[in-house]
Design a protein around this ligand. Structure first.
Ligand code: ZN
Length: 163
């Protein structure tokens, strides 16, 4: 079965930056599971997987504009440490969900902590990077109607999510 619209796809992957450093991998985070054609995946990756089948291995390069885009320095903010009540120690690398713009939740990463201020960066960690993927397609099947409706793959251990 080839990857096409509304197929549920499972892919093992290693993602490297242009220097060869591993940014992320299925060994660390589990495979990518997505519904093809629902914009669940970065566009460059989805386009490269189109038409391929389970068992195939691909090495592809996704330019930053087809991945997470360029970095936006306006997404870096310094906020008072008092805005993080109830958290004992805030350290660089911690991630928080925020809804400071238009009530759309997004993830910020702490990049710097002083006595009074915390610097957070709202850029995706891979923004500004070209991504080099080694992919192995594990599974391609028809997505269920509820998976298509939700825009993500359901697995045996993820029935209890909230929509
Ligand atoms: Zn769902």
């Amino acid at each position: 079965m080839q990857i096409s619209k509304y197929k549920a796809v499972v892919v093992n992957y290693v993602a490297r930056d242009d220097s060869g450093n591993i940014l992320d991998s299925s060994d660390a985070d589990g495979p990518i599971r997505y519904i093809h054609g629902t914009e669940d995946l970065i566009p460059g990756l989805e386009a490269a997987l189109e038409g391929h089948s389970a068992g195939e291995k691909l090495s592809i390069r996704v330019a930053m504009e087809d991945a997470y885009g360029d970095r936006d320095e306006s997404l870096i903010e310094e906020v008072p440490i008092a805005n993080f009540p109830g958290i004992d120690s805030i350290e660089p690398g911690m991630k928080f969900q925020t809804d400071m713009d238009d009530d759309v939740p997004y993830i910020v990463t702490v990049t710097k902590v002083t006595k009074k201020h915390v610097t957070v960066d709202g850029n995706h960690p891979f923004a500004g990077k070209n991504l080099n993927f080694d992919l192995e397609i594990v599974e391609v099947r028809e997505a269920s109607s509820s998976e298509i409706e939700h825009g993500h793959v359901h697995t045996d251990d993820s029935h209890h999510h909230i929509h």
